[in-house]
Design a protein around this ligand. Sequence first.
Ligand code: PLP
Length: 389
Amino acid sequence: MIPYGKQDINQADIDAVVAVLTSDFLTQGPMVPKFEQTVASHVGADHALAVNSATSALHIACLALGLKHGDWLWTTPVTFVASANCGLYCGSKIDFVDIDPQTYNLCPMALKAKLELAKKENRLPKVVVAVHLCGQPCDMKAIGALATEYGFKVIEDASHAIGGKYQGEFIGNCRYSDITVFSFHPVKIVTTAEGGMALTNDAALAEKMNLLRSHGITRDPALMTSEPDGPWYYQQVDLGFNYRMTELQAALGVSQVDRLDAFVARRHELAKRYDELLATLPVTIPWQHPDSYSGLHLYVIRLQLNKISKLHRQVFESLREQGIGVNLHYIPVHTQPYYQAMGFEAEDFPEAMVYYREAISIPMYQGLTDDQQDQVVSALRHALAGGED
Ligand SMILES: *Cc1c(COP(=O)(O)O)cnc(C)c1O
């Protein structure tokens, strides 16, 4: 089976992890800050907080921005559930903004229209989570301008987008957002097995997230409510969690980031090849905004169902039967039973539903060879062909 995504681990990665195993610290040592500095300086952010997953990073990002019971968090329906669940963890209410049919990202025009209405009804969002689907950045400039106009905070869920650029600058520099989040799950671009990171240019937000990732406990007298009792003293000043990343993960992360730019460059080579090889097939290939350099976590094709005699499901099944580990990113979050119970209807977000009925993620990862890619394309050609097979 050729998977849709796969980690790339080399001997340097293995050596880096093994070295930690025989060192003094398995957790809370020097590698986590080193990893944070490596990523922060690579992408151009002032502060970085490594945690045990992007889901945890989204949670503490929402808390640091003051999201609480009764507030609203808005995001796109075409994302992993974690982009919305982080609001529920804080007791907030969730709503969605439909996607742009060309980029598949949250549509800034739909956002503006929804904000105008929400302002009249006095239910403006406190936080908007902008997800860079497949690695292609959202229209952050437009979203940033709306944030200023309507007074909401912006989190970039860049789980797909590390190594990508928006208007010539690395995603993660938070130019148009308060906090950016990366995921290091093995299917993503660089991995720490499990892991995530929150980046910000705001020192107060960084300090708050630093507390929240480790029980809300501090050893810094400046953050305490009274003088320390003695050198053993720590205070719990907030209700935090254990969301810490281990030293093993951080060492793997430092080693992986060495190859980040090469990984993304290889993904671009593969995307260009797919673009050419698929040009004559009845599928819509990903559109790339000229302002952006995608991280290319995913390569999503959309079936032109009016031009083929097969169903979406049949094409998907045929690919799986032919050993191609295709996937679908994503089942729109508002159609999940947990969200349906809140009253969402599938057709509340029609562009997301049209996308869902046509999309298939085909293999895209740095280790994919040209030969394997040719295999994917011929399997797709076969799957799309009319008649029974
Ligand atoms: C993978 C992913 C997450 C969650 O990442 P974890 O590190 O697995 O918690 C969140 N949002 C998006 C868009 C993702 O793709």
